[in-house]
Design a protein around this ligand. Structure first.
Ligand SMILES: *[C@@H]1O[C@H](CO)[C@@H](O)[C@H](O)[C@H]1NC(C)=O
Ligand SMILES: *[C@@H]1O[C@H](CO)[C@@H](O)[C@H](O)[C@H]1NC(C)=O
Ligand SMILES: *[C@@H]1O[C@H](CO)[C@@H](O)[C@H](O)[C@H]1NC(C)=O
Ligand SMILES: *[C@@H]1O[C@H](CO)[C@@H](O)[C@H](O)[C@H]1NC(C)=O
Ligand SMILES: *[C@@H]1O[C@H](CO)[C@@H](O)[C@H](O)[C@H]1NC(C)=O
Ligand SMILES: *[C@@H]1O[C@H](CO)[C@@H](O)[C@H](O)[C@H]1NC(C)=O
Length: 741
């Protein structure tokens, strides 16, 4: 290029004389030429739709994706296919870092290649996982050291399954401890303090606690502070079971041998390579000296409630407060130690866990965008589970595989391709601390920050079949709700089954037909028990693979899940589906108790595919600026109400924050108007507007981080440093500001 230009200039320079009038003429000529070019360009983009073929680039640059695609995608999602996917995904156990990690990844890869995705690859990472070397034990011993009782090591019916991992708490340090037993409710700091106030000395004791109240890892961290030697944890039948029976396998409630496994790690990403991808050239910290939020130096071991009953029945000491009681069928005492037939017995805990470096795999599948291939809508779900993981996570994987099938078949037909790229992630090792998604995002941090439009997460697709709940960035509220307005309610008896044969004939709406949105509204009672105006839209949590995308990178994210309506008459509310993280979470469990017809699964998959389509195919990114601005206002009001006084007393003024939120709100209103007014026929204007929208939530990420948990960087939608519950403007609520008075 450079040389050709020089050649041209030489030729001109060789002309003997160039009069100034000639030069003027040349300038005028160039201007005129540019004018013509401009005219041509303007002409291109202002010609009527009828003159542009819809598959021409001029048309595609200036128009929404075709609207027929929406109904087609929704109709094609088949409940029967999702059921079959779930059956296939639950043939094997899915523990991360085992042979089934790779086997599952290869299976997904092959499916996606067959579906017709443009590019599919496995991304391996070597990360620190944790497993028991031999089954951990909890025993009761007599004064002379004889073991008189041993807790179960695995669920009833799974004793001979070599692939089902025995009960354990991942990343609990190995160790052996013996002492008098003390019951400490949920194991919160308040619970331990209460015991101390009652004169119960925790030093040298083994504590037994219920799941709930505080995070899995907090229990041992707190217990250690009070001098305890080990922690035993169980799911109380008052919370997860049906104390008067029947339980699993007759009902979905937790039977006495069911144990919630889980990771104690309260951080996320590989613990040896914080901030960086765990690839082959990564620098790793010492695997034998892991530190993370939630990791204590005393061992933790989970047991079933049948065994917890044996351990707790003859506890000595005062009766525990009424709100510590549960469903074991007797009044809980706090100890320490035993009375009656168990007098002088001790409890012994032996944990053999080891941290090991294991390879885990993501599968990344891409559909290349037709107009903006460098803009990504990312959709993800993890693949690993504690045992068979039917609900968690295979319900989500079964939906994802149906979504890629449906998108793929449309791609293959040649009639449609999304404007923006769609990237699917089947993440590895989520259960140990959101590891696969985090490592991948760390590897592609620059590209994702610059190019990812949104992240959609469907982990557990269905944990109960009452209603769908959405959590996420407020920017995505409207696009998600709009999708639910296009999807028939799972309760509707006239929904298409995906065969195309039952498709409703237009104009034949019957009373039975309703949208999922309507069901969601019905299931969102306001304070008076009446249906609210719009469904609930919850704060982004920190419980699944969206964390790195949302809380670290500021990519607007949304998480979809079907849940119980805990307020509905007749519903027995549970904190989470009772088989969560147990060996009982199988295909059979889903089929019998969670979603027998897979209608809720179908509804989630339909909302997800329609949300993805809207994000990938709309001309202007469908972000709700006003909902986002309202949320900031609400955050501010909340901070003022809860902490205004204490902050003022310390000389911290909220006036500037209020001014900033007000200014943000008026800017949001202006930008919202611009969305209506923008010249849609000018691709540069549209792209510039989309870039503003794309980077909006990135502006809330503080690259220097925040006080509190590592790599949680969203300054507005964050977490309390005290207990990790979601908190607005978390940096305003740090201990130094809150506790000084
Ligand atoms: C230990 O004590 C139990 C009763 O608590 C008794 O049955 C057993 O024989 C004793 N064993 C030894 C070795 O003394
Ligand atoms: C473990 O790591 C901490 C810092 O993370 C360090 O202070 C300590 O010395 C290490 N311990 C061992 C045994 O290497
Ligand atoms: C528990 O204690 C209360 C009195 O505090 C008593 O009324 C009740 O019967 C006891 N329950 C059981 C199961 O022993
Ligand atoms: C929800 O699941 C229950 C079984 O737990 C089933 O009886 C019911 O029909 C399901 N509802 C819908 C709408 O699929
Ligand atoms: C908000 O805008 C006003 C008017 O432009 C300006 O004076 C004020 O400093 C802005 N507030 C903040 C916190 O930047
Ligand atoms: C978390 O801590 C904050 C501040 O102490 C408190 O207001 C909130 O209720 C706590 N949340 C939970 C779930 O304990």
């Amino acid at each position: 290029m450079e040389i050709a230009f020089e050649d041209g200039k030489d030729k001109i320079d060789k002309r003997p004389l160039l009069s100034s009038s000639w030069k003027q003429l040349a300038v005028v000529g160039i201007v005129a030429f540019l004018g013509v070019c401009l005219g041509v360009l303007i002409g291109y983009f202002s010609r009527g739709d009828t003159t542009l073929p819809t598959d021409s680039w001029e048309y595609m640059l200036t128009h929404e994706g075709p609207s027929w695609v929406s109904q087609r995608l929704i109709d094609d999602i088949s409940a029967a296919n999702i059921e079959e996917n779930l059956r296939l995904m639950t043939q094997n156990t899915r523990l991360a870092g085992t042979a089934y990690d790779l086997e599952g990844a290869q299976y997904i890869r092959d499916r996606w290649l067959a579906d017709g995705l443009d590019h599919v690859m496995l991304t391996p990472y070597d990360v620190a996982l944790s497993y028991p070397t031999t089954p951990n034990t909890v025993t009761m011993t007599t004064a002379n050291g004889t073991v008189v009782f041993t807790c179960r090591r695995i669920e009833e019916g799974f004793e001979n399954d070599p692939d089902a991992v025995t009960y354990y708490s991942a990343y609990s340090p190995p160790g052996q401890a013996e002492g008098d037993l003390v019951f400490a409710n949920f194991g919160s700091m308040e619970d331990f303090q209460y015991l101390v106030d009652q004169g119960v000395d925790l030093a040298g004791k083994i504590v037994i606690v219920k799941y709930g109240g505080v995070g899995r890892g907090d229990k041992a961290v707190n217990a250690e502070k009070f001098g305890a030697l080990g922690v035993i944890v169980f799911s109380d039948p008052g919370d997860y079971g049906n104390p008067d029976g029947p339980n699993y396998p007759e009902t979905w409630f937790l039977s006495g041998s069911g144990v919630q496994r889980g990771s104690l790690n309260g951080d996320y990403g590989d613990l040896l390579t914080p901030g960086y991808p765990a690839n082959e050239y990564a620098y790793r910290t010492d695997i034998n000296n892991i530190t993370a939020t939630g990791l204590a130096t005393i061992p933790t071991q989970p047991i079933g409630w049948e065994d917890a009953a044996t351990l707790m029945r003859y506890l000595s000491g005062p009766v525990a407060p009424s709100d510590w009681q549960g469903g074991l069928g007797f009044n809980y005492s706090v100890g320490p130690g035993f009375v009656g037939p168990y007098a002088n017995r001790k409890v012994q805990l032996k944990v053999t866990n080891q941290n090991v470096l294991r390879r885990t795999y993501n599968v990344i599948g891409t559909i290349r965008g037709s107009v903006e291939p460098d803009r990504y809508v990312v959709y993800g779900n993890h693949r690993d589970g504690w045992v068979y993981g039917a609900v968690d996570p295979a319900s989500g994987t079964a939906c994802m595989l149906e979504i890629t099938r449906v998108l793929g078949s449309l791609l293959k037909s040649g009639s449609w391709r999304p404007k923006r790229s769609i990237i699917f992630g089947s993440w590895g090792s989520e259960e140990f601390g959101l590891i696969g998604s985090t490592e991948w995002a760390e590897e592609h941090v620059k590209t994702l920050t610059q190019r990812a439009v949104a992240y959609i997460n469907v982990d557990i697709a269905v944990m109960a079949n009452d209603t769908m709940r959405v959590r996420g960035s407020k920017l995505l509220q409207t696009v998600t709700f709009d999708a639910t307005k296009k999807v028939p309610s799972h309760e509707s008896s006239l929904v298409s089954d995906g065969t195309g044969k039952n498709r409703k004939s237009p104009g034949k709406r019957t009373g039975l037909e309703k949208t999922l949105y309507e069901t969601m509204v019905e299931n969102t009672p306001d304070v008076n028990g009446q249906p609210a105006d719009i469904p609930r839209y919850l704060e982004m949590g920190r419980g699944s693979d969206y964390v790195v995308f949302y809380h670290r990178l500021g990519i607007p994210s949304v998480d979809l899940m079907f849940v119980q309506n805990r307020e509905k008459p007749g519903v027995v509310p549970v904190p989470i589906y009772p088989a969560y993280h147990t060996a009982f979470d199988t295909f059979d469990y889903v089929k019998r108790f969670v979603d027998p017809d897979f209608k809720a699964h179908q509804a989630v998959a339909r909302v997800a595919i329609e949300t993805v389509r809207r994000l990938a195919d709309s001309l202007i990114l469908p972000f709700d600026l006003l909902a986002f601005a309202d949320k900031l206002q609400a955050y501010l009001t909340g901070v003022r109400l809860e902490h205004g006084e204490i902050l003022t007393a310390q000389g911290v003024s909220l006036d500037y924050l209020e001014s900033a939120v007000t200014n943000f709100t008026s800017a949001a209103v202006r930008l919202d108007r611009k969305i209506v007014d923008v010249n849609k026929l000018n691709p540069l204007e549209v792209r510039a507007l989309n870039d503003k929208l794309l980077y909006l939530e990135r502006a809330f990420i503080d690259p220097l981080g925040l006080p509190g948990p590592p790599f949680i960087w969203h300054v507005a939608a964050g977490f309390s440093e005290f207990n990790f519950s979601s908190t607005a403007f978390p940096a305003l609520r740090t201990p130094s500001l809150m506790m000084a008075l």
